[in-house]
Design a binder for this molecule. Structure first.
Ligand SMILES: *[C@@H]1O[C@H](CO)[C@@H](O)[C@H](O)[C@H]1NC(C)=O
Ligand SMILES: *[C@@H]1O[C@H](CO)[C@@H](O)[C@H](O)[C@H]1NC(C)=O
Ligand SMILES: *[C@@H]1O[C@H](CO)[C@@H](O)[C@H](O)[C@H]1NC(C)=O
Ligand SMILES: *[C@@H]1O[C@H](CO)[C@@H](O)[C@H](O)[C@H]1NC(C)=O
Length: 494
């Protein structure tokens, strides 16, 4: 009976080894948890410099997962006071000054330690495209002035530029599909990144002040390559149709309507069917025809003042609005939207945002009503008098209130007569301002693209490698632990 001293040594060594293995196992399990937890937040900021106003968006995402989909969210947004930057053409430094208040606020939202690594962009759209058409050196001065202001802040300024209409459309399309996780999803069932069915890819309808964009994946091929954009995102290829219509943003379109009404008569008072009854507005033709969008309508022989008198008639308003579109001269096999522009048949579901949303939200029409219901509501709204509107909506600015009937009829005309939606496909359009708690626009897609945060390949490869290493090391640790324990037990029993 009795153990020899060296047996105790051998058994003890096995126990020590077992304890080490156990510790290693615990440490690696803790390690896995650490990997899964966000290491920290990163920030990025984009100024959306539109034709009628500028907004600043600050985005935030977990630093260790910047290439995954759907993880970037809006941390802060700020509405810059005053008009769009293009309105400061006569005094560019003021365009820069206008941004300061929002920049100051953003500096308080982003932790000070992160300021210097926060990329900051300014993208300008149709208002600046129009200014560049009028006077390129002025538009460059405005861009220089806003860039100089942003550079005074301790952020990583990456440039102020005018983005093309096609890019604006594509970035809006990327934004909504990124936010809604339509590009790729981790499937717990398949334990892999999968491509959700292509029916989940949404089209984008964006209505700005000076331009409007439509972007979607058509059912067939795109006959005019000039209207196509191609991307490879998360391992899948996409070909989208995208077109931007300069001068067909809400404000410029309504100015065109007024231009045609004013030119149609030499009287001092002209009836405007889209304005409410009882509303009057004096227009000076010098101002009206000064934009490149109305210039083409032709100057009246002499400058004059005209009073527009509201008539509040939805049917006549639709007819007046239609006159700014040309539905003839399609050289693409009858597959045109308007003004001879090629467009394949609309396909799939769409999100309509920015001015589409603001107008329809005011009219309580964002809840997915059938087309006939929306048309009837718009007709009723248009018939309300100016006095009635002013007393019912005393909080609403008059410059907006006078335009809702016109805007609503413009939206109907653009979507139905222009893009070719009908009473059946109308239900495929959702009017939204936000997706996944972030405002919808082009700015998120713009930042994702410029920071290379949307990889062309699937995250699968990265993940597979990391997980493989963990699984292998845990397996070996657990195996040696088991061997040690079995040997120790056998030894002591002997
Ligand atoms: C553009 O604006 C600048 C500054 O006001 C002016 O000097 C120049 O003549 C303008 N150019 C054109 C083509 O109108
Ligand atoms: C929208 O709904 C609100 C709340 O029911 C109502 O007060 C408002 O008058 C409606 N607006 C229009 C344009 O019908
Ligand atoms: C995004 O950036 C890449 C270059 O990194 C460019 O080739 C591509 O066209 C951009 N996408 C859009 C929508 O402009
Ligand atoms: C994200 O992707 C880029 C290349 O597309 C790569 O350089 C970068 O390291 C990736 N970041 C992370 C956190 O995986």
């Amino acid at each position: 009976m009795g153990f020899k001293l060296k047996d105790w040594h051998f058994g003890g060594a096995l126990l020590v080894l077992a304890v080490f293995s156990l510790t290693a196992l615990i440490l690696s399990l803790v390690g896995i948890n650490n990997v899964a937890q966000p290491v920290g937040k990163r920030y990025g900021m984009v100024f959306d410099a539109g034709s009628s106003h500028t907004s600043l968006f600050v985005y935030r995402w977990p630093a260790d997962k910047e290439n995954n989909t759907g993880l970037v969210s809006q941390a802060f947004s700020c509405h810059v006071n005053g008009s769009g930057i293009s309105s400061y053409a006569n005094h560019p430094p003021k365009a820069g000054d206008s941004l300061r208040e929002c920049l100051n606020e953003a500096m308080m939202v982003i932790p000070p330690g992160q300021h210097r690594e926060t990329p900051a962009y300014l993208g300008a759209t149709a208002g600046m495209r129009l200014l560049r058409m009028e006077n390129e050196s002025l538009s460059n001065e405005v861009l220089k002035a806003v860039g100089e202001t942003i550079q005074k802040y301790p952020v990583s300024f990456r440039g102020a530029q005018i983005i093309s209409g096609e890019d604006e459309g594509a970035y809006g399309w990327i934004t909504i599909n990124y936010l809604l996780d339509s590009f790729t999803k981790y499937s717990a069932q398949d334990q892999d990144w999968i491509h959700p069915s292509s029916a989940n890819i949404l089209g984008a309808l964006d209505l700005g002040g000076a331009s409007t964009q439509i972007s979607f994946v058509p059912a067939g091929h795109i006959a005019d390559p000039a209207e196509a954009a191609q991307f490879r995102l998360y391992g899948f290829n996409y070909t989208i149709y995208t077109h931007s219509y300069l001068c067909y943003g809400q404000n410029e379109a309504l100015q065109q309507v007024i231009g045609i009404i004013v030119n149609s008569s030499s009287a001092e008072e002209v009836s405007h069917p889209c304005y409410p009854t009882g509303y009057k507005e004096l227009v000076r033709t010098v101002d009206l025809f000064s934009s490149p969008c109305t210039e083409k309508l032709g100057w009246p022989p002499s400058s004059r003042n005209v009073t527009l008198v509201g008539a509040g008639n939805a049917t006549l308003c639709r007819e007046a609005v239609k006159k700014i579109f040309s539905f003839s001269n399609c050289s693409h096999n009858d597959s045109c939207s308007f003004n001879g522009i090629y467009q394949p048949k609309v396909n799939g579901k769409f999100l309509a945002f920015s001015a589409y949303y603001y107008t329809f939200n005011f009219l309580n029409l964002t809840e997915g009503y059938p087309l006939a219901t929306a048309e009837a509501a718009i007709e009723t709204f248009c018939a309300r008098t100016w006095n009635e509107l002013k007393s019912s909506y005393s909080d609403e600015e008059e410059r907006r209130l006078k335009n809702y009937c016109a805007s609503a009829n413009y939206i109907l005309t653009l979507l139905l007569d222009g893009y070719g939606f009908d009473k059946d496909t109308w239900g495929n359009i959702a009017f939204r301002m936000k997706a996944a708690d972030s405002e919808i626009g082009w700015s998120l897609g713009y930042m994702l693209n410029l920071t290379n945060m949307i990889p062309s390949e699937n995250p699968r490869q990265l993940r597979g490698h990391e997980e493989g290493v963990w699984v292998a090391s845990i397996f070996f640790i657990a195996l040696s632990l088991a061997v040690c324990l079995i040997l120790a037990v056998l030894h002591f029993l002997r």
